[in-house]
Design a binder for this molecule. Sequence first.
Ligand SMILES: O=C(O)CCC(=O)C(=O)O
Length: 283
Amino acid sequence: MALTAARITKALGAELHGFDPRTPSDELADDIHQHLMAHQVVMVRGAGLAPSELAGLGRALGPLGERHHSYVTHPDADDVVILEWGGEAKPDAAEWHADMTYREHPPFGTLLQAVVVPPLGGDTLFASMGAALDALPSGLAADLAELEAVHDPGAFRTPAYRKGGNAGVAEAMAAAGTAVHPVIAEHPVTGRPYLNVSESFTRFIIGLSAPESARLLTQLFDHINRPEFHVRFRWEPDTLVIWDNRGAQHYACNDYLPDRRVMHRVVIAEDARTPGVVQADAA
Ligand SMILES: O=C(O)CCC(=O)C(=O)O
């Protein structure tokens, strides 16, 4: 059976059909990768992968990344982290972001599979930063092409402060790191330029005064929030989503508490199919 894709919005996103994600041959991984490059985020209903299978599918796309500093690792598979929210535990991803851009080399992509889905709410939205850039006035886009911005871990400061005060924040910030990236980046596979700032992690534009930087970033964050650039996924248990972290951002809706939502997540450090990428040791 051939893998087929149904596009969901003009900006990005496709639902994939007609394949078994449990058995990722090289050929199947190539196909999934092609669709990921074309649609930026792909969804598979009823995937139902065991934690080790989820990690296996991730590995077929590239060497896996280190575990996230804030989340719990799955007892059956070291490479899978569990995102669990509900009751008093408030989700931390209701902000537009690409993952871990405070690193010099942010991850290539992420696999996320739903385990427990609240009866209502808990959707995840994705935004195409290529579409967002295309819709900017050309003069502004030309100015942005000259700029670079500092990314840092943003609201991860709060748990660090509550746990360890000033020293806790300093330690967490040093461990997570900060990085400067171009405000407009180019996708390494498709060559498509995209807007590379996020409200979660982009703090300051190099060379501007603090108020100029804040005004420009606020303007860009408002722009990214326009629904024309988005797709919104409603989860069911066993739904799998894979996103390309280079040029797509996401926002996890925080509208379901006190109900519970549990997800399994695997991060792919590098795209094995990006030209010029040498496969790192995945261990
Ligand atoms: O839970 C979600 O839908 C997405 C969480 C998130 O932002 C992430 O995994 O980076």
